[in-house]
Design a protein. Structure first.
Lengths: 213, 213
DNA sequence: ACCTGGAACTAAACGGTGTTCCGTCCCGTA
DNA sequence: TACGGGACGGAACACCGTTTAGTTCCAGGT
């Protein structure tokens, strides 16, 4: 719509990515745009509305990174690529990732806008779809795909969140390894017995030296 | 040490629990204590130092709730009770739980104080101990207990965090059920085959009607 | 060409924040 | 009685989000 509104949003995203939430002040935003703070209120109702738009940008970026997984040719490949996309996004853009799971309280509002909540639902649905098609393909155990995806999502988000908040004494490479190992262990539990066997065979083929450890 | 310092901390805890982080301002704190804001600086170096002490209080409360699990008579019972204590604490005191996993950035400091990081390590070690003794008892699969506890911790924290931030459209009772189901599914994957069989038998005995579903 | 309306902006101000500086009071001790 | 020091209050600084009122400027209609 408005050109200036777009500039404000772009500047707010830059500011957030470099300085964090506290760094996004109406005055600093105005300073960088060469205007005074009240001028921003012609284009945005309040600071929270600016931040809400930044969250929307984060969701769009995240969705783009996730939906690339649909280029995979099989259910299994799509699930794996989705997992890789998730981890890559979380590690490459920590601040944007944190924005996806921010509590309304931290934004200074009682509830998230409905359209942002809907974006969260869409992401959840994406995972449910990935799980369901893997169940249909005999890769994952039968069961409610919403329950299985809840388990997977919780596990992934929990590890990333603990890492981002400094609760693991690891560098990024070590965390990547731990994440993949942990996810593998969990997936084995969620897989059908046949696929779990196949997974172990593939792992043994990929790690011949460690196979005896 | 100082009497007034204790009063400030107690008041800050009350204020945080009822109003959240943003609600803890030096001026409001002083108002409630019947003094002016600068007076607080006789007893605390800065607002961040007050908040750091609130975090320490949260850890002490959390640890007390967790360590009660040691009253259990067997490794299995101690692990189960620890899990229940974790979930209970997270649901009964959401604000205190969130403080345990807060990022330094949200407190306005670059890194958490060493002693607070150590408190986090102690909690992690507690879980490692619970896992190890369950492995020794033949309940959990053999393997590095640190890796297994990482998986369990990540899973539990992720679900709680997503629930607290409003990413699940459930009430507390529904979340409790989902949490226990998800944890059960994950534990089955981490258990020894023998124990997993026993778990399923116990579940069937507890849910005779649903056994056919 | 003139007027008008509205969009976009600025300056000033209000009430809030964390924090510092300085003066004051009071109490225990020499 | 004098002094030192801890505890406090008042004023101030620099920041914040936001509101109000006044200014500028340009497009459109008469």
């Amino acid at each position: 719509m408005s050109d200036q509104r777009d500039k404000i949003l772009a500047c707010a995203c830059d500011l957030y990515l470099s300085e964090g939430l506290e760094g996004v002040s109406m005055r600093e935003l105005a300073r960088r745009l060469g205007v005074t703070a009240p001028a921003l209120y012609r284009h945005y109702e309040s600071r929270e509305h600016v931040l809400a738009d930044v969250v929307r940008s984060a969701y769009r970026e995240f969705a783009a990174s996730l939906y690339r997984a649909l280029e995979g040719g099989t259910p299994r490949e799509r699930l794996v690529r989705a997992g890789e996309g998730y981890l890559d996004f979380a590690l490459r853009h920590p601040r944007w990732y944190q924005l996806l799971f921010i509590s309304p309280e931290q934004l200074g509002i009682p509830r998230l806008p409905d359209d942002i909540e809907a974006m969260g639902c869409a992401v959840h649905q994406f995972w449910v779809d990935r799980v369901r098609e893997c169940q249909d393909a005999g890769i994952l155990r039968a069961g409610d795909p919403r329950e299985v995806s809840l388990t997977m999502w919780g596990h992934a988000h929990g590890l990333v969140s603990l890492y981002h908040n400094g609760h693991f004494r690891m560098d990024e490479a070590a965390f990547r390894r731990e994440f993949l190992r942990s996810a593998g262990a969990m997936m084995t539990g969620l897989s059908t017995p046949e696929f779990a066997t196949r997974l172990r065979e593939e792992f043994a083929a990929d790690h011949p030296v460690e196979a005896h450890g």
